[in-house]
Write a protein that binds this ligand. Sequence first.
Ligand code: CAA
Ligand code: FAD
Length: 380
Amino acid sequence: MDFTLSEEQRMIQQAARDFAQNELLPGVIERDEAQRFPTEEVKKMGELGFMGMMVNPKYGGSGLDTLSYAIAVEELSKVDASASVIVSVNNSLVCWGLETFGSEAQKEKYLPRLTSGEIIGAFCLSEPEAGSDATSQKTTAIDKGDHYILNGTKNWITNGNSAEVYLVIAQTNVEKGYKGINALIVEKGVPGFEIGPKENKLGIRGSDTHSIMFNDVKVPKENRIGADGFGFKFAMKTLAGGRIGIAAQALGIAAGAYEMAKKYSKERKAFGTEIMNHQAIAFKLADMHTQIAAARHMVYKAAWDKDNGNDYDLSGAMAKLYASQVAMETTVEAVQVHGGNGFVKEYHVERLMRDAKITQIYEGTSEIQKIVISRSILRN
Ligand code: CAA
Ligand code: FAD
């Protein structure tokens, strides 16, 4: 068992760390307050190869492994979880889904622009009545021979207004249940495509979350991903990898908060000494450090499973469940270590605490991860 990162992985870690410090940190508080999407920063991440990290270079990607991707998401998330979810959705839901299951023509048409940061993508599964219960799709894609007619509403769509390409899950044949679901590529702005207002969120406020409405949108058959009826499996298989990205995001949020709490504990004095010398504070840091180390092992193991052809449904779900719990607990404690300063924006930890919560909700809530985990362990 080798726990050492390769030279290349360490270089990517450093590059993501530098980018986060130099480019994301300066405007992160303002973007959070204004709910402003990091447009310029996303373009730069595209130029640096962060938007299509696992994609084959022949489609413009960086050709890296999942572990490198997880490490990069972790580093970006230490500073800006809004930027990292944009990266995560584009990499693991949109690019990976298209490259793994798309046709050659689809890959050639969309991947070069998605990997370069010229455009970004969105993944549209959730609906007002189909969140955790994802097979209950109400959006319909009626087969009209050479095209589908798409009707319905998707909600909570990350990159909702900023994306140009949307992977949309919809029901074609209701009698077949989830086996009648398809995944379609829809381009922004086609007739009948409408973007709802921006959600005003607790956290990850720099990412834009919108409902998307489809009113008789005509989608050519060549935009279907995979065979007829493959859409639900497409969503599940894609989300299995996506959960590793969100687990890495949770890990990064926790690690970022811990690093700030540790630094603060060495500077802030109370009762004549640095607060790190009070055991109550030192023990908090010990707990944080231990839990983050455990979460990191789980996240990297899930990424390693994916890179090595092992099943990663279970390890990815466990990593997301645990890392998101650690993110929540660590950020709450990091605010506590900062005292009153933890409650104000300049010290960043209150934002990380708000951002942490979403990692227990999206790409499958913690309860859904427990369903995935329990079904997997009880199957044999
Ligand atoms: N890989 C391949 N196939 C899978 C699969 C996987 N990981 N998980 C399920 N399937 C297959 C099943 O095998 C089954 O097919 P077969 O009958 O051929 O075996 C089919 O899918 C239906 O599965 P289930 O019977 O298990 O379906 P279910 O109704 O019990 O639901 C669920 C399963 C795991 C709860 C699923 O509905 C789920 O994951 N829900 C959560 C939805 C979710 O994660 N949404 C995220 C939206 S994207 C997002 O959130 C992005 C973001 O924020 C940034
Ligand atoms: P519900 O499914 O209504 O769940 C409510 C509660 O009931 C939860 O606690 C849940 O765990 C629990 N619950 C439900 N069923 C069960 C069960 N069987 N057993 C035990 N407990 C259960 N979706 C996309 O498709 N694309 C995106 O890009 C995207 N981005 C998002 C960004 C943000 C900021 C947010 C908030 C959401 C995003 N989502 C996205 C949607 C997200 O995936 C869903 O919110 C999530 O899957 C939960 O669905 P729901 O909100 O309908 O909650």
